[in-house]
Design a protein around this ligand. Structure first.
Ligand SMILES: [Zn+2]
Length: 552
């Protein structure tokens, strides 16, 4: 097994965002969690010149699709289509630079079926007769997104299969006081069903060894959950369910049943990886880029609420394929993001979509604020007044002061036509120190959107102060003192480019500027002066998400 390496690890990278369930659009809470984190990480890896595939895709088989469609009285397939379009629109609008969005097509389904068939043939699954919640009135089993009750571990309200608060599984008939999610007066009985399960205890030793290696590098809440789960008997995980929605299970002993949608996510990731590689012009069959020989490091960004699946059954199933596939080296979880200190809730109307906010606030300002307040270690909240305050007082105000002074300096120097300015050793040292701090924010195991966003604001403030002082002293615009500021601003723009994507794109368009990052990029005795682009607090230009999504 590969152990965590330093940030100079130049192996190709595979970044996975969780596959969003197409039962509604995407709100800021989703974005501030795994998608912005995955995007910033992928952009940073690209800026370091690494081979990156950043992927996600749709997750049509989830029972949450069926539950929402029934609540809204619409066809579930139609819901998948409209919600998938809304999700893709949101990802593009906010600039999430996935290399493609894997569809639920024939290749997806073939990849999933092949993955399960191989495990089935190897005897990894067992037939088990269990009791499942059953609604006599409709003659349906109620599992997963169709049923709600109290979690047997933490006693909060949760859905079947998994508690999104404590992240413990609740399988079969373990949910307390269950009722239908569509109608709380619909109380299920239980009925026997013979299904295939993944006997998790058989994988305890391998899972424990894996987690002991990686847990020291992961976030504390995830580690707590892993330790809690390992401290109990590992519950068998349903592989099939007697349901009408989902992919038909291809096993003779479970006729008419479907696959547990949660467990599609790993082969789905293999499919979307191949799909995205294809979008980049590299055509490989699904699964190939996950093979150990490819020596790719895999990074999962996901919400805490579904981390159990990634840390337990998904890993167990990957391991059950032998040493064929890579395993996640990093599982970076986030907590819930709230809207004005209340839970995001589409049904209660407490929701802001990316598209809505981006009609009022420029994208870089939104990205910076979401990064600054990202729920990395605990629940945090979006506040519109907080966004406005940070955007004007800490970002746009000081940046435009800095950019304005440098723009004036360039204009004044034009008469002297200085093609370059000297840079002091001290300033080269400061640029290197700054880049090293950003490297800690963007790289594992210290990755932190919040610290990266704050570091950007700290350096804008510092350099604005420096430029103001030079201007006040009326220092010669062709002097080393100005060269120093230009070099440090150049380093800051490059280091901020994974978050402030439009500012970085504007700087690149202004010419003679790239946003490559690395330890020695700014170690040069000369810099070309340039007028940095300005930021606006108003939305003035049409959305250019598609054009710049791959930039940087
Ligand atoms: Zn719970």
């Amino acid at each position: 097994m590969t152990r965590p390496g330093p940030s100079q690890d130049d192996r190709p990278v595979l970044v996975l965002g969780p596959n969003p369930t197409p039962n509604g659009g995407m709100h800021l809470g989703h974005i501030a969690g795994p998608y912005l984190a995955g995007d910033v990480y992928a952009r940073y890896q690209r800026a370091r010149g690494r081979d990156v595939i950043f992927t996600t895709g749709t997750d049509d088989s989830q029972t949450f699709v069926l539950a929402t469609a029934r609540r809204r009285g619409i066809d579930p397939e139609e819901l998948c289509r409209t919600a998938t379009a809304e999700i893709q629109e949101a990802l593009t609008a906010i600039g999430i630079s996935v290399d493609g969005f894997g569809p639920f097509d024939e290749t997806y389904q073939a990849t999933v079926l092949d993955y399960f068939r191989r495990l089935h043939a190897a005897g990894v699954f067992q037939l088990k007769t269990v009791r499942l919640p059953y609604l006599e009135r409709t003659g349906e089993f109620l599992v997963e997104g169709m049923v709600e009750g109290y979690c047997p571990v933490c006693l909060t309200i949760c859905r079947g299969g998994l508690c999104e608060t404590c992240c413990h599984p609740n399988n079969f008939d373990e949910l307390l006081e269950p009722h239908s999610t569509l109608d709380s007066s619909d109380i299920p009985t239980t009925r026997e069903a013979t299904i295939l399960v993944l006997p998790m205890e058989q994988h305890r030793a391998a899972l424990t060894a894996f987690h002991e290696t990686w847990m020291p590098y992961w976030r504390p809440h995830l580690v707590q959950m892993i330790r809690e789960v390992l401290a109990r008997p590992l519950a068998d995980v349903p592989i099939t369910y007697p349901l009408s929605w989902g992919m038909a299970a291809p096993f003779r002993e479970t006729p008419g049943q479907v696959l547990n949608a949660w467990l599609e996510l790993i082969p789905a990731g293999m499919f979307t990886t191949s799909y995205c590689a294809g979008q980049l012009g590299r055509h490989t069959p699904p699964g190939q880029l996950w093979q150990v020989e490819e020596n790719r490091r895999m990074v999962h960004f996901l919400g805490f609420d579904n981390a159990y699946f990634f840390c337990f059954p998904h890993l167990a199933m990957l391991m059950a394929h032998g040493d064929r596939y890579i395993r996640p080296e990093w599982i970076i979880n986030n907590e819930f993001y709230e809207l004005e200190s209340e839970k995001f809730s589409t049904s209660k109307g407490n929701v802001v979509t990316c598209q809505e906010l981006l009609r009022e606030v420029p994208r870089d300002l939104v990205r910076l604020y979401l990064a600054l307040t990202a729920p990395e270690y605990q629940r945090t909240t979006f506040s519109r007044s907080g966004l406005d305050k940070v955007a004007s007082d800490r970002l746009v105000g000081p940046w435009n002061r800095l950019a304005g002074i440098l723009g004036k300096a360039v204009a004044n120097a034009a008469s002297g036509a200085a093609a370059w300015l000297p840079v002091s050793t001290a300033a080269r040292g400061r640029a290197a120190a700054m880049v090293a701090r950003f490297d800690l924010c963007y790289e594992m195991p210290t990755f932190s959107l919040t610290r990266a966003a704050d570091t950007i604001l700290v350096h804008i403030d510092r350099l604005a102060g420096r430029a103001t002082a030079l201007e006040g002293l009326d220092i010669d615009v062709e002097s080393e003192a100005w060269g120093d500021v230009f070099m440090e601003v150049k380093a800051l723009l490059a280091a901020a480019s994974p978050i402030l994507i439009d500012l970085a794109a504007a700087a690149r368009e202004a010419g003679d500027f790239d946003t490559e990052l690395g330890p020695h990029v700014f170690d040069s005795p000369a810099v070309t002066p340039f007028p940095p682009p300005l930021l606006s607090t108003e939305v003035t230009v049409p959305d250019t998400a598609g054009a710049s999504a791959r930039a940087g």
